[in-house]
Design a protein around this ligand. Structure first.
Ligand code: FE2
Ligand code: FE2
Length: 273
């Protein structure tokens, strides 16, 4: 089977011609499913776009949400709306809400939104102020210290949900694909061919997920762990351990693209760019 991976499509910046071009590109590969690693749109339009995807494709669409998807609302309300939507659109699969999906014998897909969780880099000295802090209800009234705790809590909650899912992947699994929005390691947080500095890292790395993944992959050396993420809009590959590789996808506002094709066979998956 083949899956198409797209990240950060930001469909609210995409005109009808560009959407049609992306749709035709995806359809021409005749994939068996699509993986979208977050930042579909912003606010109410996230759900307009998810419905549009559901009516455009008949194959399963596996997605997580990115930070932009929570704009003009709260994290909790947005996740709840995504869960509700997937209850009536049965080929939409919100990976944050569900357990491992078996793609083939020994090959599983899991996912989690993730969050830039202020655990890596130098939060206190960073001059970076993300739009998130004005646009997402959870952060709007928070002081810098409160914001740091909120970010760390989001990361910890994400890591715990993902850990629970990984524990339920059968012991005979040989390949686990992990879809998430935020790079889990500074080494996977690419920008123009270089990795993040200490000022961007607090907002562009989900360190809690990274730590949990490292423990998980070391505990199961016979299984290969492949992470697909986005958020930086710049691509790169980072090998964190013999059995743990992180692919970060590129994106350009207004021009959604196919990041890679994932070829799934029994007990293995290969990413073709
Ligand atoms: Fe994005
Ligand atoms: Fe993002």
């Amino acid at each position: 089977m083949q899956l198409v991976w797209t990240t950060d499509p930001h469909f609210d910046h995409v005109d009808a011609d560009e959407f049609d071009r992306w749709f035709a590109d995806v359809a021409s590969r005749s994939p068996d499913g699509i993986i979208i690693t977050g930042d579909l749109s912003e606010g109410d339009d996230v759900f307009v776009q998810l419905r549009r995807l559901a009516s455009s494709f008949t194959i399963p669409i596996y997605f997580v949400l990115g930070n932009h998807d929570f704009y003009k609302s709260s994290i909790g309300k947005t996740r709840q709306r995504a869960v509700s939507l997937t209850r009536d659109q049965t080929h939409l699969h919100y990976l944050t809400d569900i357990g491992p999906i078996q793609l083939s014998e020994g090959v599983y897909l899991v996912g989690e939104d993730g969050w830039g969780d202020a655990t890596i880099g130098n939060y206190e000295a960073s001059p970076i102020r993300l739009g998130d802090f004005e646009q997402i209800d959870d952060f709007r009234m928070a002081t810098s210290n409160q914001r740091k705790s909120l970010l760390q809590q989001q990361g910890a909650d994400s890591a715990e949900r993902l850990r629970t899912k990984l524990l339920s992947v059968p012991q005979n699994a040989k390949e686990v694909l992990i879809a998430t929005h935020i790079p889990p390691f500074a080494e996977a947080c690419w920008y123009e061919g270089r990795t993040t500095d200490e000022y961007w890292a607090p907002f562009f790395v989900c360190g809690s997920i990274g730590q949990m993944l490292m423990d998980a992959c070391l505990a199961r050396p016979e299984c290969n762990w492949t992470v697909l993420c986005g958020h930086t809009h710049h691509d790169g590959v980072a090998k964190l351990a013999e059995n743990l590789t992180v692919y970060t996808g590129a994106a350009q506002y207004g021009h959604p693209a196919i990041e890679a094709i994932i070829e799934v066979e029994p007990n293995r998956a290969a990413l073709v760019r």
